[in-house]
Design a protein around this ligand. Structure first.
Ligand SMILES: C[S@@+](CC[C@H](N)C(=O)[O-])C[C@H]1O[C@@H](n2cnc3c(N)ncnc32)[C@H](O)[C@@H]1O
Length: 218
């Protein structure tokens, strides 16, 4: 279960790094959209698309690597259409605020558009495989369970562009269960190809910086 809300200051600091990095934004494991709403708002500002990946009916069956945590169906958002309504409501609220501000300022409105986001449903890896997008600037993985975290990492890394950011919730270095072992293994394997951007409150962000590229710019 998430260790906490990603503070606005952290999210905007991370997103600020992406202004000149091309590609869409993704969150894998969105629950009720607390973070995804904010990703959608930034995607609008930076003219990107935001993609949400989830079963939208909660967790899959835990394995032995999950030590009995989070049974099937836990953390459901009540289905994809329910989730869509939540995000559209959030967009509507932003729109009303900007319409009010624009009216008062007497300027034309450039409000948040509904087509700024896409929802991809199914258990991992099915939801991931449905999405045809090949280039992401930002991918955040927050699935809690071990196996889907591993599968999401293997999906995400080749699709993350050079300079793109990969983030995880619930990273406890050295922990032997849930999401941490595949994150540890990934950081170990790819340490030469990444830079640590942020690690606090068990939330970690790394930048993809391939060794070859680092040598070229040195
Ligand atoms: C901790 S919640 C995500 C919280 C969210 N990132 C936020 O900031 O509010 C975990 C989410 O992962 C989804 N999830 C977990 N395992 C999954 C799997 N195997 N396939 C698809 N979705 C999964 C759950 O449905 C749930 O919505």
């Amino acid at each position: 279960m998430g260790t906490g809300f990603l503070p606005d200051g952290v999210l905007s600091g991370v997103m600020n790094e992406l202004i000149n990095v091309p590609g869409d934004f993704a969150e894998v494991g969105v629950f009720q959209g607390a973070l995804f709403k904010r990703i959608v708002a930034v995607a609008q500002v930076l003219h990107r698309k935001a993609h949400a990946f989830d079963s939208f009916v909660g967790m899959d069956e835990p394995t032995a690597m999950d030590a009995g945590k989070y049974p099937k169906g836990d953390l459901s958002s009540g289905g994809k259409e329910n989730f869509r309504r939540t995000i559209l409501n959030s967009i509507r609220q932003h729109r009303e605020v900007s319409l009010d501000a624009d009216q008062q300022a007497g300027v034309a409105t450039d409000a948040i558009h509904d087509d700024v986001f896409s929802l991809w449903d199914g258990y991992v890896p099915e939801c991931l495989e449905k999405c045809p997008v090949e280039n992401f600037a930002f991918i955040y993985i927050d699935l809690d369970h071990h196996d889907p975290t591993q599968q999401a990492i293997e999906w995400a890394w080749p699709r993350l562009v050079e300079g793109g950011l990969l983030g995880f919730d619930d990273y406890f270095p050295g922990r032997q269960k849930l999401a941490s072992p595949p994150i540890d293994a990934f950081l170990d394997r790819e340490h030469a190809n990444l830079k640590l951007l942020h690690f606090d409150n068990n939330q970690i962000f790394i930048r993809k910086q391939l060794e070859q590229f680092q040598q070229d710019v040195a």
